[in-house]
Design a protein around this ligand. Sequence first.
Ligand SMILES: CC(C)(COP(=O)(O)OP(=O)(O)OC[C@H]1O[C@@H](n2cnc3c(N)ncnc32)[C@H](O)[C@@H]1OP(=O)(O)O)[C@@H](O)C(=O)NCCC(=O)NCCS
Length: 218
Amino acid sequence: MAPSGGWRPSGRGAAFGPGHHLQTERLVLRRWHEDDRDAFAALNADPLVMEHFPEPLTRERSDLMLDAIDTALEEDGFGIWAVEELRSGALIGFAGLAKVSFLAHFTPAVEVGWRLTPGAWGQGFATEAAAAALDYGFTTIRLAEVVSFTTTTNGRSIAVMERLAMTHDPAEDFNHPQIAGSNPLSRHVLYRISAERWRGGGGRAARRRLSRGSGPRR
Ligand SMILES: CC(C)(COP(=O)(O)OP(=O)(O)OC[C@H]1O[C@@H](n2cnc3c(N)ncnc32)[C@H](O)[C@@H]1OP(=O)(O)O)[C@@H](O)C(=O)NCCC(=O)NCCS
């Protein structure tokens, strides 16, 4: 996700268009609010959360990233949503779909991604949110395929990909073009899932929690 300008706050109570609000059994995936910036910055500055990235983000880079995310949501009708726990209303991180922003052997492509605050790990929230995003991508956006990638060291993220029934061919692993080859974090695994596999029951366990209220609400 390349930073870009143009923050257009959606604001509380803004009219949600298609894809601007997805609900699962335990989560809401929604547009960003101006007052999410502090929590977003705290997430991106947390060394544990950012362990598999070259460095935590400064406040300035975090704000630029949120600007770019909001612009993409506005323009594409899909993107990286804020993830809120329904029960508490707490913002626990983000998940969603993004156009891959660099050139690689598998691009152009749309990726599914996630980042949660450590207090929300170990409860299945990332898989549940990602399943909602994938379902939206395949059902509403009619994508043919979605990819996901992370460093070879990021076992927790790889486990989410596998729970989603994404598939991995080691021959497709790659060095991230925006991370120096000498950095051990450069080496990435690539996972894929096709619309056909998703519709055919791929990620069946991950999809169970979509049964109530999944899909966009307007
Ligand atoms: C990657 C990340 C989102 C994974 O979080 P996670 O909590 O491990 O993944 P899930 O939300 O799918 O939760 C799965 C775990 O919850 C457990 N769980 C507990 N209750 C559950 C429930 N009711 N339903 C489903 N799973 C449940 C599962 O057994 C599993 O536990 P395990 O880790 O012991 O196997 C998180 O580690 C993170 O945000 N990391 C930092 C950012 C990052 O690296 N992002 C990816 C970069 S590409």
